[in-house]
Ligand binder design. Sequence first.
Ligand SMILES: Nc1ncnc2c1ncn2[C@@H]1O[C@H](COP(=O)(O)OP(=O)(O)OP(=O)(O)O)[C@@H](O)[C@H]1O
Ligand SMILES: [Mg+2]
Length: 236
Amino acid sequence: MPPQKPTAIFITGTDTGVGKTHVSVSLVKALVKHGVRVGVMKPIASGSDRTPEGLRNSDALALAKASNVDVPYATLNPYCFEPPISPHIAAEEADIAVDLSTIVAEFGKIKADFVVVEGAGGWYAPICKTRTMADLPKALNIPVVLVVGVRLGCLNHARLAMEAIKASGQELAGWVANAVDPTLERAAQNMASLERILGSAPLAAFPFEPPPSVTSMAHPDVHQGEHLARRLSLIS
Ligand SMILES: Nc1ncnc2c1ncn2[C@@H]1O[C@H](COP(=O)(O)OP(=O)(O)OP(=O)(O)O)[C@@H](O)[C@H]1O
Ligand SMILES: [Mg+2]
């Protein structure tokens, strides 16, 4: 029997700012392009703007904009904190207890063929005194994709993250290379080293996309998202 397709994926990264949103948005756009009803979730976010509707996080909004399944903001992003600091500190300051069962319940409300869930920070980013991001994919029971921000220092970070994910027992679908630093020297040797250290080729390799302006985010390449979706057996 062929392996069952996963119904959701958890996107983690080697660090904050390595391209989890960039890769997630590309994957969502690719799935939408191929007619998949794709929902999104950024369960915990810090660094948000006050709006008349309440706090809004840019990652959650970018994911929602790419998605073709409407969900209420409280489902998309149940924990949204204003300051751009570690979620566990932001939660403590707001006197809010991050509860995994709330996230699982909101996740269950998303009626879609597939759901892309973006973590915050890296694998062991604390979400409260006793739990980390690593507990999220476990609670949701979904496989993990590791985004490696390819820059100096990533060989160490990638190995640490990969070993931690494997040790958690959570299913690892694979890793994605994301070229965040166009000035990185010996880029090809770094990629070869990543493959050797991580023990597999990347599911997809996202090139550096120069942002259209200094204030805007780079537009992710949908072709790489399609490649990733194919490698995850989500489209043919
Ligand atoms: N392949 C790329 N080419 C050019 N810029 C990129 C690329 N990937 C990411 N970036 C830029 O790097 C920055 C960080 O990317 P992104 O927001 O996707 O990271 P993240 O891991 O989701 O961060 P966070 O931990 O805050 O959620 C953004 O400005 C984004 O536009
Ligand atoms: Mg992000």
